[in-house]
Design a protein around this ligand. Structure first.
Ligand SMILES: *[C@@H]1O[C@H](CO)[C@@H](O)[C@H](O)[C@H]1NC(C)=O
Ligand SMILES: *[C@@H]1O[C@H](CO)[C@@H](O)[C@H](O)[C@H]1NC(C)=O
Ligand SMILES: *[C@@H]1O[C@H](CO)[C@@H](O)[C@H](O)[C@H]1NC(C)=O
Ligand SMILES: *[C@@H]1O[C@H](CO)[C@@H](O)[C@H](O)[C@H]1NC(C)=O
Ligand SMILES: *[C@@H]1O[C@H](CO)[C@@H](O)[C@H](O)[C@H]1NC(C)=O
Ligand SMILES: *[C@@H]1O[C@H](CO)[C@@H](O)[C@H](O)[C@H]1NC(C)=O
Ligand SMILES: *[C@@H]1O[C@H](CO)[C@@H](O)[C@H](O)[C@H]1NC(C)=O
Ligand SMILES: *[C@@H]1O[C@H](CO)[C@@H](O)[C@H](O)[C@H]1NC(C)=O
Length: 549
């Protein structure tokens, strides 16, 4: 071979290895690369476990802190050779910090042909709270900041708008908030020309509510075959396959249940730990022609060690100085299994088209309304806040806990005075959303404080709240309360629109068949849960008051 030709070949090999990963898109219920081949997620969860406060009220051992796995370039370069050995093409990261730089990890992963699924929620108050769900400007802002932080990378396959938010039939009232989040994130991605998919990762609950929830997240309430409020990618955290079982024992039911699903689906977690050493024999089934009509692969849980109530997940150990990786039997088994699958390259992309059916009706097992909350409108909320006569002025930046306490207190005071906190209440069952329920929780509190202050004839003492409230001397005089302020600021904020970046700054997998960071475990160690509970208790207390009155 001539020297020049050799150089050319070498250069093209080099170029090929640095080539961008192929864009993956969804057609109907399947994923395809740009050459029209079907794409299957051969993945692994990649998130060191944050600190977990174990308690009876935190059954899923949800972490309250996190380490961003995509911001540490040393850790990524340490781990990527192992990810390559496993033969994975996708990792799932549960919590990332939008203010950190992810260039090194994301580029190295892309060069290794590895896509990422990024969860947009964060521990504590950074996710839709299953106990007191809402879809607010602050959460939308957090999601947008994360999308902006990752939008320049070619290897973001999907963004998840939630993980295991709904864990029981009575929590399906949170579904409209998840669907609204999917709608707004999708519109935002479209506006940026991003083709990343919008996903949700579901707990594998009883099919009586798991299946309606899945249909709901991918349905079209308008009845015009529009995907505007539909997720693109349904994830099921499935731990049905334990030990050396079989397709018919472990998976045939879930195959049947999803046989007519309309968008792409995969196992967003798999890998049972209740039957001893894991041989990952489910991989053969998951990537077989028995499963490929419904499922597009999955994410093995987990690369890093993770503790659950059932024991230890994790396929490697990292030395305490972070320098070395030790693999074990399970790592080798997964490598062998992933290395030996060849799922069918069918059906063809041209035969797969989009369809969005009608939404499931409300029932005892599924109580989510098809009336969705509007797009959180930061400008309207900020205008509203400026007009409020008494404002929450926390003396600490870590105010989630006192916010819950104060909401609880102020709402119960309002209730006793014959007024209500309806303005901040969001009810996903009735589909009624108070005008202020889309605003940042601190604005909700300022609103409630202002209502109380006004009812107390604007006596300055009534805005004190033990040093947490300040009278707003700039508030328009003679106008107070929701009716007046909302007519000028929030009245127009009841619509669906494409969100835009506000420029504001925003701010792991835990196994056991459960979550990275879910909606919200109700835990008294958990400030966000407390904030949610505060509203719940307040609303509960007030309905008591209303019946008395
Ligand atoms: C759902 O029901 C369980 C008990 O079955 C209860 O502990 C939980 O608080 C309820 N959640 C909501 C959102 O009502
Ligand atoms: C399960 O399968 C693995 C791999 O095929 C095998 O090594 C192991 O002995 C099997 N275990 C049992 C209990 O059959
Ligand atoms: C990781 O360390 C734990 C505790 O020492 C041990 O039980 C486990 O087998 C190790 N896992 C691997 C993959 O080496
Ligand atoms: C969570 O609470 C902190 C204050 O403790 C606040 O700065 C942050 O914006 C909140 N995040 C969301 C999404 O509400
Ligand atoms: C925030 O406040 C809560 C309750 O006051 C406390 O338990 C928690 O440690 C604080 N967090 C930080 C980061 O200061
Ligand atoms: C939400 O609305 C439903 C149906 O209208 C009602 O039964 C339920 O009590 C409401 N929830 C709250 C917390 O007000
Ligand atoms: C604010 O409210 C909290 C909760 O009620 C209370 O503990 C605190 O003392 C109040 N004052 C200040 C300055 O934080
Ligand atoms: C993100 O990282 C910045 C810089 O280290 C830190 O100040 C901030 O608290 C982090 N945010 C979250 C939500 O952890």
């Amino acid at each position: 071979m001539a020297r020049a030709l050799r150089a050319l070949v070498a250069a093209s090999v080099l170029f090929a290895s640095a080539e961008a990963v192929s864009k993956v898109s969804r057609s109907g219920r399947y994923l395809y690369t740009q050459d029209g081949s079907r794409f299957y997620i051969k993945g692994i969860a990649y998130q060191p476990q944050g600190s977990v406060v174990a308690s009876a009220s935190n059954p899923f051992l949800e972490p309250s802190t996190f380490v961003d796995p995509l911001a540490d370039s040393n850790a990524c370069s340490r781990d990527i050779p192992y990810l390559q050995q496993l033969g994975v093409n996708t990792i799932r990261a549960y919590s990332v910090n939008s203010s950190l730089n992810h260039d090194a990890c994301m580029k190295a992963l892309s060069n290794a042909g590895i896509y990422t699924i990024i969860d947009l929620s964060l521990p504590l108050n950074g996710s839709i709270d299953r106990a007191s769900p809402s879809w607010t400007t602050s959460l939308l802002n957090q999601y947008i900041n994360t999308i902006d932080a990752f939008s320049s990378y070619d290897n973001v396959l999907a963004y998840n708008v939630g993980n295991e938010v709904v864990t029981a039939p009575n929590e399906t009232s949170a579904a409209p908030f998840i669907k609204a989040a999917a709608r707004d994130v999708k519109a935002y991605l479209n506006s940026k020309g991003s083709s990343a998919l919008v996903g949700y990762a579901a707990i594998d609950g009883d099919e009586s509510w798991r299946d309606p929830l899945a249909s709901y997240l991918s349905c079209d309430p308008s009845g015009s075959n529009s995907g505007a409020t539909s997720i693109d990618l349904y994830g099921l955290n499935n731990y049905e396959w334990c030990g050396n079982t079989t397709f018919s024992q472990a998976y045939s039911a879930v195959e049947t249940d999803f046989s007519s699903y309309n968008v792409a689906a995969y196992f967003s977690e798999f890998g049972c730990i209740t039957a001893g050493t894991r041989y990952w024999t489910e991989v053969g089934a998951l990537f077989s022609s028995q499963m490929s009509p419904d499922w597009s692969g999955g994410i093995a849980f987990s690369y890093f060690p993770a503790t659950s109530a059932q024991g230890q997940f994790g396929m490697v150990n990292i030395s305490s100085d972070g320098s070395t990786v030790t693999t074990g039997q399970e790592f080798n088994s997964l490598k062998i299994e992933y290395g030996s699958v060849s799922p069918p390259n069918s059906p063809s992309q041209s035969s797969s088209s989009a369809s969005y059916g009608s939404c499931p009706s409300q029932s005892a097992n599924f109580i989510g309304s098809t009336s969705l909350p509007s797009t959180p409108n930061a400008a309207a909320c900020s205008c509203f806040e400026n007009d409020l006569s008494c404002q929450f002025t926390p003396q600490t930046s870590n105010y989630s806990t006192i916010l819950g306490d104060l909401l609880n207190y102020a709402c119960s005071q309002l209730g006793q005075m014959g007024s209500s906190c309806n303005g901040i209440a969001a009810n996903g069952t009735s589909g009624q959303y108070g005008a202020v329920s889309q605003c940042d929780p601190s604005i909700m509190l300022s609103y409630v404080m202002s209502e109380y202050y006004t009812l107390q004839n604007s006596n300055a003492q009534a805005c004190y709240f033990a040093g947490n409230g300040t009278v707003n001397s700039y508030a328009p005089s003679g106008t107070s309360g929701l009716s007046a302020a909302s007519s000028s600021c929030l009245a127009s904020a009841t619509s669906v629109f494409t969100p835009s970046a506000t420029g504001g700054s925003s701010s792991g997998g835990s196994g056991g068949g459960s979550s990275g960071n879910s909606g919200g475990a109700i835990s008294l160690e958990d400030p966000r849960a407390l904030a949610g509970l505060g509203v719940m208790l307040a609303v509960g207390l007030m309905s008591g008051v209303w019946t008395l009155v």
